[in-house]
Design a protein around this ligand. Structure first.
Ligand code: SAH
Length: 222
């Protein structure tokens, strides 16, 4: 199913994702159209598949980025605060920034400094990306994403781009009430996407969705 969405340009990739029902909303479609995946994926940028970006990391497949945005969408209103954990290439960070607009803030966190630097360089390839970095709308920081990023909390939405070994409580603590997190969780070597909702009364509900294969959320390399 996924491969059927591959395209020959950014526009055709997103159009195919929409045609196949993987991009569902006009808002996600528009945001993904505005970010050229070729600025972030070193090869096969318009294929609907993950690609290596170095440092044992991959840029996730476009249909996974689409699914994450669609899930988080009710919490990605203009002005929202978002944390993108395991920001890697910076691609999704940029799409999220388009969704929350200039009054919003997106922080991308990764534990590998060269990837933190690469994400900012990738974004700076477009004028719109440079503006978002210069204004502080988007910030890339280095840190252990399993602890979230307390300085920027609380968040309307948290995206986790690597598989967590458990439901880290720091992450749900850093969500607003209401707020939502999209996170792959590894249980006995099988990974599933969880959508974690913090309700207005502060209670937390977890919904287990489909099976996935992400790189793990780990200790930083020595
Ligand atoms: N969303 C990114 C995914 C990159 S792959 C993209 O599509 O480009 C997963 C990323 O998680 C890698 O960049 C890896 O360095 C990072 N990562 C793994 N463990 C981490 C941790 N404990 N803290 C922060 N980042 C981590």
């Amino acid at each position: 199913m996924a491969w059927r969405s591959s395209g020959t340009s950014n526009e055709s990739l997103i159009t195919n994702l929409a045609r196949n029902g993987l991009v569902k909303s006009e808002r996600v479609k528009e945001a993904m159209m505005k970010v050229d995946r070729a600025h972030y994926a070193p090869s096969h940028a318009y294929e609907d598949s993950p690609q290596p970006i170095g440092h044992r990391a991959t840029i996730s497949a476009p249909h996974m980025h689409a699914s994450a945005c669609e899930s988080l969408l009710p919490h990605l209103q203009p002005g929202a605060r978002v944390l993108d954990i395991g920001s890697g290439s910076g691609y999704l960070t940029a799409v999220l920034a388009n969704l929350v607009g200039p009054s919003g803030t997106v922080i991308g966190i990764d534990h590998i400094q060269p990837l933190v630097d690469m994400a900012a360089r990738n974004m700076a390839k477009s004028e719109a990306g440079r503006t978002m970095l210069d204004s502080g709308q988007v910030k890339f920081v280095k840190g252990d994403g399993r602890k979230g990023w307390a300085e920027g909390a609380p968040y309307d939405a948290i995206h986790v781009g690597a598989a967590a070994a458990e439901h880290h409580k720091e992450l749900s603590e850093q969500l607003k009430a209401p707020g939502r997190m999209f996170v792959p969780v590894d249980e006995d070597n099988v990974q599933h996407i969880y959508v974690v909702d913090k309700k207005e009364d502060g209670s937390v509900e977890k919904e287990k969705l489909y099976g996935v294969r992400y790189v793990p959320l780990t200790d930083a390399p020595a």
